[in-house]
Structures are given as structure tokens and as C-alpha cells.
Design a protein. Sequence first.
Length: 145
Amino acid sequence: MPPRQHLCSMSQPQGNQAVNSSSMANTSPATNLMLPPDNTTIMATAPQAVQPTYVTLVPTQPNVKVIRISQSDLERIAVLDRGTNNWATWSDAMQNLLLLNHGGTYILGTLPHPNDTGSAANWDLNNLCIIAALHTRSTPEEQDF
């Protein structure tokens, strides 16, 4: 590798002197270096290799917190009963209750089951809580359905 121009320079032949490549091969590299005019010390350093920086994007897992559904709020919702044909009012009331208590992402299907243990345990607990709430406010016939 030829030396950097700002660190040192190769001696150049004077006038019409021809350079014989075989004679250049036998000369030591030190004989080809010239000191700068002010005799300052030249420090040669090896060029530093540039290391690439890699960034790994890791999808963030949702931080799933435990939801709480108040028993008293749940009891205000009429029991789903096919005989009374109350599906529309029951569905709206149950959906609103779950949305207000941060359980809406479960019934809408927008919160996937997380991979990390803590969040997965909370997700499972929340899912069971919502299933229990739905069963509590529906007749056995509706639960079978």
C-alpha cells in the first residue's frame, strides 16, 4: 500500500533520470522518504477500518395490564336471553362496559397474544375475565350457543 501523501512522499528522480523498477525494488523504503523542510516528526498511523453499525428493530410487545370489571357495573346489564330477544341492547351494553374498562381490544381482536411471559399472563387473565363476564350476564342456553 503506498504511503499517504500528507504523511510522507516518495522521492522523485531529478531531471531526466530514468527510474529502473528493478533498482527500486532493492532499495529500502526508508531511502525513498523525504523529511518535510522544517524537520518535524512524522507520525504514521494505520488507517482505522470503519465498522458498520447495525440496528436491529425489535417489535415492541404490548405492555398488557390487568383490566378490572366492577361487579356492580356488570350487574346493571340485563341477562342475555333468547326468549326476551334482547341481543341488541345486551350487546351494546356489554361492549360499552368492556370498552370503558380497557377490554375492548379483546372483543375487537386488535390485541394479539404477546410473547413475553408477564404480558402473556395478564392477557390470559383478562381474556378469562371477559369470558366470565359474558357468561355471568347470559342464560345457560346462550352460554351453550
